[in-house]
Design a protein around this ligand. Sequence first.
Ligand code: ADP
Ligand code: MG
Length: 482
Amino acid sequence: MQWEKVMGLEVHLQLATQSKIFSSSATTFGAAANSQTNPLDVALPGTLPVLNHSAVTQAIVFGLGIGADIGRVSRFDRKNYFYPDLPKGYQISQFFQPIVKEGIFDVPMEDGSLFPVRILRAHLEEDAGKSVHDAIPGHTGIDLNRAGTPLLEVVTEPDFRTATQVVAYLKALHALVTYLGISDGNMSEGSMRCDVNLSLRPKGESEYGTRTELKNINSFRFIERAIQIEADRQQDLLDSGDTVTQETRLFDPDKDETRAMRSKEVANDYRYFPDPDLLPIVIDDDTIDQIRASLPELPTAKRARYISDLGLGDYDANLLTQDRATAEFFEATCTICNNPKAAANWIVGELSAALNRVGNTINDCAIRPDGLAALITRIDDGTLSSKMAKTVFDALWAGESDVDRIILDKGLKQVSDAGALEAIVDELIAANSAQVDQYRAADASKQKKLIGFFVGQAMKASKGQANPQLLNQLLKEKLSAS
Ligand code: ADP
Ligand code: MG
């Protein structure tokens, strides 16, 4: 039987606020355990939640960013469950009336097409604490620093059919929220956590099958792997006539398997009801207009502009807009050197490769836009050959910053002075009459090969600094003129 994967995603984004969603505790990642809690986070009796305004604004920013409807009246509800990292015994979330309603998010695919993903909703909620299993031997500790951190949970319709689509969506979502400045999207620190709901159905069938939920997978690579393994597992079950149990499963990258965590609570088990301690959030047109006017240019628009106005290809435009820092670096470089194609080539090529080798992001490397732009300017004005440019790039990478200084210090100036090159060429022709005769007697295709000898000799004579285009041109002229 041919099976088709059906997937829907729930992504928890930690919002970039100074303080928690209902209390004044800080939300700095990595602080000492339980140093960022207050009476509300640990659920002392008599405490009351006070809503953090900026979490609401950020949720609206997100909603407008994906062109979704904003819930003009939204509310908080209690989601009841028992777990050690949840002292209140319930999580404050939005169930009945979320702040962000339906929207469509266009995801750029590598082939240049857009893949529209239907967003079902995005709601505000508080994060839970963390169980810590490796701090105290033989015991489990509880760290409540994260309890009450503002989250935006973004839920899609089951629109995904391939792991490639899922990863493209997550990358685009990451780009969007970092552009909007509402989350740092850092997966390894848990600022972006992804649950994949997956079911199979026979190809051509329109009904969905029973789904499982893969929880909290924290890298793109693991997501692709987890999807494949879980799909294979479900397929084995279905092919042998068994059924899939609706449950939450955990992907274990070490064992390369998924396994059941707990059977999936049906929504009723959470006994959602409106939180009586919090008033509804009412959002008026003015607020929405103001927030809309403050939105930056979004990745999809940027990408389209890079292609239509700057003449970049899909691939470069995709990579350059994948995070805001890279796009800003690119734009700053272009503003100085006015050569978008060259700037794109260097950033997507040499610079990305160098960053990947050391595992750094564009903001923590020594090369800055002004350095790269100066390098490009010196290629464009003929001072540097591409080989020399690579040497200058390496020097910039190593921490030097003045391109002209590097060129001077390393004696990298390309000889583009026609007079100087002419002298070299004339000397060569005079000293190698046999080769010159051979060249002149040869047909065009042979000449192409024979000219290499002269190029090599001239390069040697110029200590490798002759401008190759100019040299070729001069040689062709002089050799043909008998
Ligand atoms: P829950 O609270 O159980 O996680 P939600 O309705 O909030 O349920 O989210 C369910 C997620 O699962 C959504 O992203 C939705 O698109 C997806 N989904 C629902 N049904 C299926 C299915 N049969 N196969 C795959 N994904 C599904
Ligand atoms: Mg879920």
